[in-house]
Design a protein around this ligand. Structure first.
Ligand code: NAD
Length: 260
């Protein structure tokens, strides 16, 4: 299973997990669109990937909550490379508050980036995949697609929702050779997680060390963070798998934090 010449669009891939997936795909010969709302960072990532090869990358400015920006960005991939084979809907943010304190505008912002983003990018890519008769849609879920934690009402709601959207795409897409799957990572040390360590310490009234050792890693089998490379490896499997045998699934990669 390899991704040579596969045309991939990865949202939120200027940083963190998305960037590592882009690196893994380009290392395997793929063409990867680095779609991110931070264009400067996307360009820096694309330049580094083009130097690395053997695949290639291009930066695309895309706010995944903006339908016009999503459609324009997907069309750019199609115009440049002739189609899109793999979508990784990865862009996401984290906002933590107790439910009774959660500002409604922050709730809507988080749900929009995770759920509207997955819907809009899928909608824009599926017609091209259906035309080609094949494709792979991958959503970045989380252990929080399966499990709940205090302070994370919006995030847990959004990540659970992605499982439903994935399963509908798996059913609608099957006759067109299109698969859909969800990756569910545990805690990965990216800017998204670094930001919430002091926020959780404040809201829970505990030390930052306890947030890491008890809240984030307390239920793992070995007190280790999942790495961006671990997640990229699972993305590679979902992207490169050749048949509809692997569709509608969610894969947890979390050092055993959550088992099913
Ligand atoms: P990150 O903050 O390192 O990267 C997120 C990227 O998304 C950034 O480049 C940012 O510019 C981009 N982005 C944010 N809003 C956007 C928007 N509206 N449109 C386009 N791009 C946007 O975060 P990360 O940890 O790499 O997270 C990536 C995904 O992985 C998210 O969906 C997150 O929920 C999920 N995830 C992360 C962890 C973790 O522990 N880090 C665990 C499970 C799941």
């Amino acid at each position: 299973m390899n991704l040579t010449d596969k045309r991939c669009l990865i949202t939120g891939s200027a940083s963190g997990i998305g960037k590592a997936i882009a690196e893994r795909f380009v290392a395997d010969g793929a063409k990867v669109a680095i779609a991110d709302m931070n264009l400067d960072a996307a360009q820096t990532t694309a330049t580094a990937l083009n130097r690395m090869g053997p695949g290639q990358a291009m930066a695309i400015e895309m706010n995944v909550t903006d339908e016009t920006a999503v459609n324009t960005g997907v069309q750019k991939v199609v115009d440049t490379w002739g189609g899109v084979d793999v979508l990784v809907s990865n862009a996401g943010i984290q906002i933590v508050h107790k439910l009774q304190d959660f500002p409604f505008d922050e709730w809507k912002k988080l749900l929009s980036i995770h759920l509207d983003g997955a819907f809009l990018t899928s909608k824009a890519c599926l017609s091209h995949m259906y035309e080609a008769g094949s494709g792979s849609v991958i959503f970045m879920g989380s252990v929080h697609s399966k499990e709940a934690s205090p302070l994370k009402s919006a995030y847990v709601t959004a990540k659970h929702g992605l499982l439903g959207l994935c399963r509908v795409i798996a059913k609608e897409g099957a006759q067109h050779g299109v698969r859909a799957n969800v990756i569910c990572p545990g805690f990965v040390k990216t800017p998204l997680v670094e930001k919430q360590i002091p926020e959780q310490a404040r809201d829970l009234g505990i030390s930052e060390e306890d947030v890491i050792n008890k809240i984030m890693l307390g239920s793992t089998v070995d007190q280790e963070f999942t790495t961006v490379e671990d997640v990229a490896e699972i993305a590679h499997v979902f992207a490169a798998f050749p048949t509809n045998a692997l569709t509608g699934q969610s894969m947890i990669v979390s050092h055993g934090w959550f088992m099913e």
